[in-house]
Design a protein around this ligand. Structure first.
Ligand SMILES: *Cc1c(COP(=O)(O)O)cnc(C)c1O
Length: 496
């Protein structure tokens, strides 16, 4: 498979000789009338071929320098090129027979089944389709919400994707923006206030499963319990915008669960982000019963049998999605997501490393000189990188086993709840202050060491948790209320 890969990451060698200013590209694209003269036609055709060749190089160059958007460029599309010449159109509702024969619904059903399984909704209870992208999935979800609750208000955090606000405008539904914390996550206290101010009207809530800019994940459970506590039971509709992370969460251990077992109405993802389909596409899954209600009562909805937003639909996308899922499998995707998370952590560390250099002072000049001379710039950089990476790794591991841990950016000190076991403290020679202990992730501290450390600590703690007398100690003074898992702060947080 590797060998046949069409590499969009390889830049043609002669690229440097070609100028790619935007205006240049625009100028070359002018559509003029074909000439009469045969010689001129030939020359013009040559010009078009040239232009297309340059455009290909332009795309290669742009693809090779792509970091800013959540698009995966890992896709082997070789075997799928054979379908490009067909007018594949999955027009309309995928589950309604069509007399247009050039479609790829066989693939679409399989893709939808796969996502239904991922988000835990039985085959006979879901409806959905392959969209033109995450935005269209949002348009679908919010439209279903509005049709079920025509008097409803859309609630969405201010960090939501613009398609949410666009939908509110298109559908002429009042939309209330909810504040977010610095991380980009919805502020549930503000959400609660706004709900109570509008207690008479049903709530249509957009839940971000990964915001576009910060990747913040709104807490679905918190949102559901807030709705119920504010008297909205059976008067709310939840749409989950999972454009990027909706597909990642199910693969990450300890991640909050987004599932139809909870009272949500719809989830949408993009197919061209994590899965890397070359054409914009996505998947939306709804509850079949909602769609049935809309079709039978036919409120406003689409005023036809076609319940999709788009009508004519790209029939290539389901084939790409199918191929990607089929060839990678659940395991393959899980591995890819793990690699992404690891690399994101690595990048954070690298970035932090850029700003750390000023903090190295106060050492004797002779020592400094010796150290610098013997290690060199590169050597030191490597050492710091490794430390930060390991500290980051330790923090994540601790949190994964339910131990509250905290680290400041640009720091290699990981602070966590003081272990109860004296032997353990001694074995690892942990320093502690009050209710917390810390590990300073110095250059000698390896991944392996940290792994063993966390395993042992998790084991001890698991034993403790079996004991009813044990309660999680309060560490709010040490690492902040928001990082504290003790009963008091849990309660305070959940009652907000
Ligand atoms: C990218 C994104 C969208 C839009 O998805 P498209 O596939 O580009 O239409 C919607 N919501 C979020 C959170 C996104 O990141």
């Amino acid at each position: 498979m590797e060998a046949s890969k069409i590499s969009c990451l390889q830049v043609d060698e002669q690229l440097d000789s070609v100028q790619f200013s935007l205006t240049n590209v625009v100028e070359r694209y002018v559509i003029d009338e074909p000439p009469e003269d045969a010689q001129a036609v030939l020359k013009r055709q040559h010009g078009i071929d040239n232009l297309l060749g340059h455009f290909r190089q332009h795309l290669q160059e742009r693809s090779a320098h792509h970091l800013g958007h959540p698009l995966s460029q890992k896709l082997d599309v070789g075997p799928l090129a054979q379908f490009q010449h067909f007018h594949i159109n999955n027009i309309g509702d995928p589950f309604v027979e069509s007399n247009y024969g050039i479609h790829s619904r066989q693939f679409e059903y399989a893709v939808l089944d796969w996502f239904a399984h991922l988000w835990e909704i039985p085959k006979d209870q879901y409806w959905g389709y392959v969209t033109n992208g995450g935005s269209e999935g949002n348009y679908d979800g919010l439209l279903v919400g509005r049709e079920l609750y025509p008097e409803g208000i859309i609630y969405a955090s201010q960090d939501s994707h613009y398609s949410i606000f666009k939908a509110a405008k298109m559908y002429r539904v009042q939309c209330i923006k909810i504040d977010t914390s610095f991380s980009g996550e919805m502020r549930y206290d503000h959400f609660r206030t706004k709900l109570l101010e509008n207690a008479r009207r049903p709530a249509i809530v957009n839940v971000n499963i990964g915001t576009t800019v910060k990747g913040a994940i709104d807490d679905l459970d918190e949102i559901i319990s807030t709705l119920e506590n504010c008297g909205f039971r059976d008067r709310f509709y939840i749409h989950c915008d999972g454009a990027l992370a909706g597909l990642m969460l199910p693969f990450i251990k300890q991640a909050p669960k987004v599932t139809f077992i909870k009272p949500i109405g719809s989830i949408s993802v993009s197919g061209h982000k994590l899965l890397g389909c070359p054409t914009p596409c996505g998947v939306v899954i709804n509850r079949l019963k909602d769609i049935d209600v809309l079709k039978s009562t036919n409120i406003e909805y689409i005023a036809s049998n076609d319940v999709t937003i788009s009508g004519s639909r790209n029939g290539q996308s389901p084939i790409f999605l199918w191929y990607k899922l089929k060839s990678m499998g659940y395991e393959g995707i899980r591995r890819e997501i793990e690699a992404c998370l690891r690399n994101a952590c690595y990048l954070t560390v690298r970035l932090r490393n850029v700003t750390i250099s000023g903090s190295r002072n106060g050492q004797s000049p002779i020592f400094l000189w010796y150290k610098l001379k013997s290690m060199g710039y590169e050597g030191i950089q490597r050492e710091i990188e490794a430390c930060l990476r390991n500290a980051c790794y330790l923090t994540v591991r601790l949190r994964n086993v339910g131990i509250n841990a905290f680290m400041n950016s640009k720091s290699i000190i990981v602070i966590f709840e003081k272990p109860k076991d004296e032997m353990f403290m001694q074995k690892w020679q942990l320093a502690c202050a009050g209710n917390v202990a810390h590990v300073v992730v110095m250059p000698h501290v390896s991944f392996e060491m940290l792994g063993i450390f966390v395993e042992e600590l998790a084991e001890k703690r698991y034993a403790l948790l079996q004991n009813k007398e044990f309660s999680v100690p309060c560490v709010a003074m040490d690492i902040g209320q928001e990082n504290c898992l003790c009963k008091l702060h849990e309660n305070i947080r959940s009652s907000l």
